[in-house]
Design a protein around this ligand. Sequence first.
Ligand code: EPU
Length: 339
Amino acid sequence: MEFHACYSLKSHNTFGFDVRTGLFAAVDTADELQALLSDARYHTMPRLVLGGGSNMVFCGDFDGLVIHPRMGGIEKQAEDAEEVYLRAGAGVVWDDFVACAVQHGWGGAENLSFIPGRVGASPVQNIGAYGVEAKAIIHQVECILTGTGERRIFSNAECAFGYRDSVFKHAWKDRAVVTHVVFRLRKRPVLQVHYSPLADELKNYPEHSLPAVRQAIIAIRRRKLPDPAETGNAGSFFKNPVVPKATAERLAAADPQLTLYPVNDASVKLPAGRLIELAGWKGRRVGNVGVHAQQALVLVHYGGGTGNEIMALAAAIRQSVYDRFGVQLEPEVNVIGYH
Ligand code: EPU
């Protein structure tokens, strides 16, 4: 375990905001995490689990204990003729896990290539991209419960996955820390290439294969999304809003370029990036922050700014999208310390 007091989180959040936490504990094993959680000195403090910090907005210092899970390792837990079960530590870099799966020829994770962050966040957020969500490959999630220090395994069904949503954001919020995730991958991959930007990109590749899908996705993401090492950002800032079908059809009639993603018979998911672009925000800079020029759903930090500046920009965007289209955007990122 590594322990620090009054510790800077600048390199632990991809927006690159220079905030501090009272205490910071990087834990390498489930046993260490159990010991930390059962230590009475920290029971009354606010606690925050921080993986890669790629989906966080810190609006000020955190007056509490940040727990940074670093459990490593990817191991084969079981297999049969069709599937392999891979158990990965919460601290494994997400894209290292995807690369490992693709290298071995195991299918299911490839569309989730190049997403920033760590394995531990994948079930919490139910990360998703290019028509696939993590819920499709998560078999079970191993956690330690903060109240009792007890170990508990959540099955896929118990995780209650939704769009960028899970039980870890509701009933078990702040009450369960992910230590490992077991993924179920296919030995005979079934490629998912129906998402149109992916299908278009794959036209440049001679064959469709796991490595080709991975390379195509990396190429699209490099083109559209800013590299946090160069420009601070947290990927999509808002969720794509789910609206009644009639609202979606009204908006699509006014904008032929608005792609609609049907959710069920009554609801449709709208591309928030398109609405933000139509509201005139794409590529706009306000002080130290702004809206990415290639993808309007991504807010960026040019340096020297604060989480409050990002939140002020987000509020202005929400208001203008609401005024213009009557659609409420909800943040996809986790916001800490905003008043
Ligand atoms: N669009 C615009 N203008 C923009 C951005 C998008 O018109 O500035 C339009 C596109 O032309 C397209 C549609 O919106 O018709 C969808 O765009 P894109 O494929 O870029 O995806 P997205 O809906 O904006 C979602 C995820 C991303 C994920 C991509 C690809 C959410 C909140 N975001 O974005 O996830 O990579 O799909 O599957 O669901 C993330 O969560 O951080 C993230 C990057």
